[in-house]
Design a protein around this ligand. Structure first.
Ligand code: SAM
Length: 326
């Protein structure tokens, strides 16, 4: 593996009698930094809505900060300017950073913008490390950053099963599952996503880790259509990752995709591509999703949600995850 240049500034211990949020962020960061150094990771959550009067999630991405505000009141979708100033002052003082390194995301902005659509054009990409693997992220231009931090342990789980395997990654986004699987020794990966932007980003993530595009294919397609074609070609996979959006509507797709309806067809089709000893890793961020085992009577199904919750995330419902085998 190439040299790992983690950015994990050391911050002094201490206590501020006037700021509980500052004390909490300091404590969280100092705690996770030890783990991060050991695991060659420099992107993680440093605050996760732990104090009710600060309804925020703050993610550290190699010296930059992504702050999400969760409105508690209708009509108050944006954080107050006092809260913005307070949080920025805390981060600047703790990390000796600048205001330009702090990026705010609010639900209101997400609602205004169509799902997955571009918000800005800064092209401010930079590299972060997760378990020694490199990823390009962008905190300004898109609705999401390029790397969903809550799935760190799910990616690690996939990597730990990937050696010598053929891996299919559906709804691949920026191919983070494929990149981890490939670095861990998967002999072949195929990543499928509907978006031109994200398939291009995924290709860059593979190249960033010196992986060959010959053994690690990326396909721009609707996953359900792709599955039909792949079943006809009789291709088999040992590991299939399915991490779909909750709902998706796109001009490139004929119908609305709804996880609660479409997961059955997705899994039934994926099972046709799964080798005898193979494994499907299925996950969702939908809070209302119900997994009905009875649709897959001949399968063994295990819930690994708890096992895949990272140490820096406090909400056990941030995602749920199942393993499905024949
Ligand atoms: C929640 S993200 C997936 C996250 C990804 N699995 C990861 O771990 O980084 C949803 C992705 O699904 C893609 N998508 C939405 N509907 C799709 C469809 N019908 N077929 C293929 N990709 C789709 C979007 O372009 C987006 O990249």
């Amino acid at each position: 593996m190439s040299e790992v240049n983690l950015f994990l500034p050391n911050i002094a211990d201490g206590e501020d009698k006037h700021s509980i949020i500052k004390n909490r962020i300091r404590k969280n960061y100092r705690h996770i930094r030890k783990w991060a150094k050991r695991t060659q990771t420099d992107c993680f959550r440093i605050y996760d809505r732990e104090i009710p009067q600060y309804p925020l999630a703050i993610d550290f991405y190699s010296g930059r900060f992504c702050v999400q505000y969760f409105s508690r009141q209708r009509g108050q979708e944006e954080p107050t300017s006092d809260l913005v100033t307070e949080i920025e002052t805390v981060l600047i003082s703790l990390f000796a950073t600048t205001r330009e390194s702090i990026y705010w995301r609010t639900r209101a902005k997400r609602k205004e913008t169509r799902q997955y659509e571009k918000m800005n054009r800064s092209k401010e990409f930079f590299t972060v490390y997760e378990y020694g693997v490199k990823f390009k992220v962008n905190l300004r231009d898109y609705l999401d950053t390029g790397l969903f931090l809550d799935h760190r342990e799910t990616r690690q789980f996939v990597a730990s099963h990937a050696k010598g395997k053929r891996v299919l990654n559906l709804f691949a986004y920026t191919c983070s599952f494929s990149v981890h699987a490939a670095v861990a020794g998967a002999i072949f990966t195929k990543s499928v996503d509907l978006s031109n932007t994200y398939t291009a980003w995924g290709r860059e993530n593979l190249l960033l880790n010196a992986l060959s595009l010959k053994n690690h294919e990326i396909i721009r397609a609707d996953c359900l259509t792709f599955l039909d074609e792949e079943i006809r070609s009789k291709t088999q996979y040992d590991l299939i990752v399915i991490d779909p959006p909750t709902i998706s509507r796109s001009k490139k797709m004929q119908q609305l995709f709804d996880i609660q309806v479409d997961y059955i067809e997705l899994i039934i089709k994926a099972l046709k591509l799964l080798s005898k000893e193979g494994m499907i890793v299925f996950s969702t961020n939908s809070r209302h999703f119900v997994f009905e085992n009875s649709y897959f009577p001949s399968c063994s199904i295990r819930d690994i949600s708890e096992k895949t919750l990272p140490l820096d995330f406090h909400d056990p419902k941030i995602h749920r995850c199942w393993i499905i085998t024949h």
